[in-house]
Write a protein that binds this ligand. Structure first.
Ligand code: SF4
Length: 491
């Protein structure tokens, strides 16, 4: 894996590039930048930049951790055991890792939690077990681990020059602003996002819904859902019945794995009773983070009832999960995905997040996509650019780098399983990374347009003629761009 410190940012594919000295417009050709963007292939035998070799999934041995030395397979495969033994604080992490990791690491973690973290700590044993999976656990190995980098962030990971972009915000996608009922975001014309609850079985450090999801941290006081769940769900159903133009519901949170199954099934069956709803997508990172949940007998039986009803009514029922690195895929994750497919869920798709130090290199993305597609039965669908939330600059990559990655992963996977890398542009929605209309790479500002109004712009006739800005992380800009931002820091 490429360390973020070794990152080289290509200038990207052919784009319009504005320089500010003279306001001149120049063009950059991909051929000029390819050598900077190519990963150094490890002794290829085919001469290709990426060499595919089938790699079977393996469940790392959890008994390598002192705290789990005596944990049986039955315990490990129990969702209840996994939930009870989640790591929620440094003391619990010490109990599991013992002295495999030095005090420096724990102090670094504590410093992050006290002042910088936007998410509280919650790591399932399943996920912790995929950190440093096949070599000896050590402080250095844990620091360098891609899963650790986003699930257990430490203070020294974060940037000190630009920890947050000046335009970063707590609800960077304005989902809350677009609520049409509590937890129901109507952003796209035909689709809604239904946040049923604000918790997950695991908390990701980069969570885009850090405004709402999880417990408050010293740095972030979270927004609270105030309605009783039953009233919230009623409000969603009423809105959908009154708006037949909405045909697609992403049922999310948080993570639907934290909704008591009976309540989730009731909600889904009510959605299936609305004949204008044609797509239902269940958002659950837990398919990977806690596959034991999706293998529970009552959950499998209930999901089968829902899938059968969806099939009878011609509704596309899918699961969307969130896997960021091939290390996270184990036989148990594949079993959970395959079980969902076997009982009639139409598809299981992955929406990963592109992050420096985690997966933002061509080999990391392709390794992950081949493991998803070839071993786990999960379709590589999207990679989102990490959103502009506070304290996330060390994870974010510039749009030009995302464009280069999209270029570099083409042609290896089947076309239908080649993921799109997308930028979720505030007030716009997701756009493929090559869809920008102009890109100022000196200041790291890309401009985007849109072809629909969100629910807060129904009366804004100019909304479709505007350009909307997205910002690259400042530390990745050329020196002149960084100077410009330093001079305009307080504008
Ligand atoms: S699982 Fe999704 S909603 Fe939950 S913390 Fe992670 S990114 Fe946020």
């Amino acid at each position: 894996m490429t360390s973020p410190d070794n990152f080289q940012y290509p200038t990207g594919p052919l784009i319009i590039h504005t320089t500010h000295e003279e306001g001149a417009v120049t063009q950059t050709h991909p051929a000029e930048t390819i050598s900077a963007a190519q990963p150094a292939p490890a002794a290829p035998t085919t001469g290709q930049p990426y060499e595919y070799r089938r790699t079977p999934l393996v469940e790392p041995d959890w008994t390598r951790f002192p705290g789990w030395r005596h944990i049986s397979r039955d315990q490990w495969e129990s969702a209840q055991w996994q939930r009870t033994n989640c790591v929620k604080n440094i003391k619990q992490l010490r109990t599991v890792l013992g002295d495999l990791v030095s005090e420096t690491f724990y102090a670094d973690l504590e410093a992050d939690q006290k002042a910088l973290a936007t998410m509280s700590m919650l790591v399932t044993p399943q996920m912790l077990n995929t950190m440093v999976p096949f070599e000896s656990m050590s402080t250095d190995a844990l620091y360098a681990d891609p899963i650790r980098r986003y699930m257990i962030p430490v203070a020294s990971d974060r940037r000190t020059d630009w920890p947050s972009h000046p335009y970063a915000s707590r609800d960077s996608l304005h989902e809350h602003d677009m609520w049409v009922a509590e937890g129901l975001t109507h952003r796209y014309p035909t689709k809604v996002l239904a946040e049923l609850l604000s918790t997950c079985p695991q908390y990701c450090g980069h969570c885009t819904r850090m405004d709402l999801v999880g417990n408050s941290t010293p740095a972030i006081d979270k927004l609270k859902l105030t309605l009783k769940p039953v009233d919230r769900y009623d409000a969603h159903i009423s809105y959908l019945k009154a708006h037949p133009g909405v045909r697609d519901v992403v049922v999310s949170g948080g993570d639907v794995a934290n909704v008591p199954w009976k309540n989730l099934e009731t909600y889904l069956m009510r959605l299936l009773d609305i004949d204008t709803v044609r797509d239902i997508r269940l958002a659950t990172k837990a398919l990977m983070g806690l596959p034991q949940h999706w293998l529970r007998a009552d959950v499998v039986e209930g999901l089968e009832r829902v899938a059968r009803t969806a099939a009878r009514r011609g509704v596309n029922l899918a699961i969307h999960t969130h896997v960021n690195h091939a290390q996270s895929l184990t036989p148990l994750v594949a079993k959970a995905a395959q079980t969902a497919l076997d009982i009639g869920v139409r598809d299981v798709r992955n929406q990963g997040v592109l992050m420096r130090g985690v997966n933002a290199t061509t080999p990391d993305l392709l390794d992950l996509c081949f493991a998803l597609q070839g071993e786990a039965g999960i379709l590589p669908y999207y990679f989102y650019m990490c959103d502009m939330i506070p304290n996330a600059e060390h994870w974010r990559v510039p749009v030009g780098h995302a464009q280069q990655l999209q270029h570099d992963i083409m042609g290896y996977l089947p076309g239908y399983a080649t993921p799109r890398i997308v930028c979720d542009v505030p007030f716009v929605g997701k756009r493929w990374v090559h869809m920008l209309t102009e890109y100022d790479q000196e200041r790291g500002i890309s401009y985007w347009t849109k072809n629909y109004r969100t629910s807060i712009e129904s009366a804004d006739l100019a909304a479709l003629n505007k350009r909307y800005a997205y910002y690259d992380p400042i530390d990745t800009l050329p020196e002149s761009g960084q100077t410009w931002w330093a001079e305009h820091r307080d504008d």
